[in-house]
Design a protein around this ligand. Structure first.
Ligand SMILES: O=C(O)/C=C/C(=O)CC(=O)CC(=O)O
Ligand SMILES: [Ca+2]
Ligand SMILES: [Mg+2]
Length: 394
């Protein structure tokens, strides 16, 4: 038996307890919880078949009462001794995609990001569309290309046409970008024809992950009219390996910024679900932005209410992302197209002037939030390295 050591100030202390799927060499992927710098193997520690599975989906589908009960059991377990065989150093495990992604939706819930992108993509129009403050704008993405942190990202090929070019050409993306986002994972789904009110957010959503919604800005700018993002964003979306339970985010709850005009009744929240989460974006090791989640205009409860208001059903494993997180300040922008203002204001990275991503570049997004016991809890990170496009480097 052993006591799991939790280093002083660890972002993975008892207030966090995020879930993931891990394996050790020669063993099958199974469910674990991060505690300090260790992974607690739940299949061993709790001896339940539901944790011996390669995804969190079966456990998430058991519902909110079980999430509370299992969290209490883990809390009690790590306060004492656990079997040696249930503990692995995190450095010695492989982390897998933690859940099977059912449907994937991406929203556009930052007023600052939407305003900046409006100015960049539609310089002759009002930056915010007339619908923006009345409903959370979003689009359905591609669940099959959601990958776990650490997966290499191949530069996509596609059609691109700069404004001064007469016709499109085909080839590797020349304006490859990131989008720093938070993603919400549905634990218990809802029936076709039954909208999910804001009040049911906390019992239906299991937890949150970091998301990097890789974006090919040149492909996007040419293809998106009038139906929205398609191939410019569907080639890969990276998520962090640890799912932070919503139960761990109680201390991070804050009101959203004031919503004026007042939203329609189905979008009104009783209890606020803004979240005081601080993100950080590192580009080849240089910190280039600190996007603040608390600045997001629409809360994740409102996003779920909107996603289902037409009667669309949801399923265990549905992932819906907040949209790029940008604050009012320049160094709070969650995408390089905003940080470099469309490539016109380069950033210095390792002695060279950079605008969009080059082959070999690595981006790491991390985040922390206040935890219940006065510590800060961590989301870990979502990372990805750009590899050359199929058919050759750009
Ligand atoms: O304004 C546009 O045309 C495009 C906006 C985006 O690319 C943003 C997007 O994918 C949603 C988001 O992450 O906020
Ligand atoms: Ca996005
Ligand atoms: Mg994407």
């Amino acid at each position: 038996m052993t006591v799991i050591d939790i280093p002083e100030g660890s972002p993975f202390g008892p207030a966090n307890l995020p879930y993931g799927v891990f394996s050790t060499p020669g063993t099958a992927p199974r469910v674990g919880v991060r505690v300090g710098d260790s992974v607690l193997d739940l299949a061993v520690a709790l001896d339940e078949e539901v944790f011996a599975r390669p995804t969190l989906n079966p456990f998430m589908a058991q519902g909110h009462a079980r999430w509370v009960q299992v969290r209490e059991r883990i809390t009690a377990l790590i306060a004492g001794e656990v079997p040696d065989a249930a503990v692995h150093p995190v450095a010695e495990v492989e982390l897998h995609l933690p859940f099977e992604v059912a449907d994937y939706v991406d929203f556009y819930a930052s007023e600052h990001h939407a305003t900046n992108l409006g100015r960049l993509f539609r310089p002759n129009a009002e930056p915010l569309m007339p619908n923006w403050k009345h409903l959370p704008v979003g689009y359905h993405g591609r669940s099959g290309t959601v990958v776990v942190s650490g997966t290499d990202i191949a530069r996509p090929n596609g059609q691109r046409k700069a404004p001064d070019e007469e016709a499109p050409t085909f080839g590797p993306c020349r304006r490859l970008d990131i989008e720093a986002e938070l993603g919400f994972v549905v634990g218990t789904g809802s029936e076709l024809g039954s909208p999910v009110p804001c009040e049911e957010f906390a019992t239906r959503v299991f937890g949150a992950v970091l998301v990097n919604d890789w974006s090919a800005r040149d492909i996007q700018a040419w293809e998106y009219v009038p139906l929205g993002p398609f191939l410019g964003k569907s080639f890969a979306t990276s998520v962090s390996p640890w799912v932070v339970p919503l139960l761990a985010l109680e201390a991070a709850r804050v009101p959203t910024p004031e919503q004026d005009p007042r939203p329609l009744p189905y979008l009104r929240e009783g209890e606020p679900w803004g979240l005081d989460i601080d993100l950080a974006v590192d580009w080849n090791g240089r910190r280039v932005a600190n996007p603040p989640y608390r600045e997001m205009y629409w809360s994740p409860a409102q996003l779920l209410a909107h996603l289902t208001v037409n009667g669309a059903s949801t399923r265990t494993g549905d992932l819906y992302a907040s949209g790029t997180i940008s604050g009012p300040e320049k160094d709070q922008r969650g995408a390089f197209i905003e940080l470099t203002w469309g490539g016109k204001e380069p950033i210095e990275i390792g002695g060279s002037e950079r605008t969009f991503l080059q082959d070999g570049d690595e981006v790491v997004i991390s985040a922390t939030a206040p935890g219940a016991d006065g510590t800060r809890i961590g989301f870990g990170q979502v990372s990805g390295r750009i590899v050359p496009a199929e058919g050759g480097a750009r």
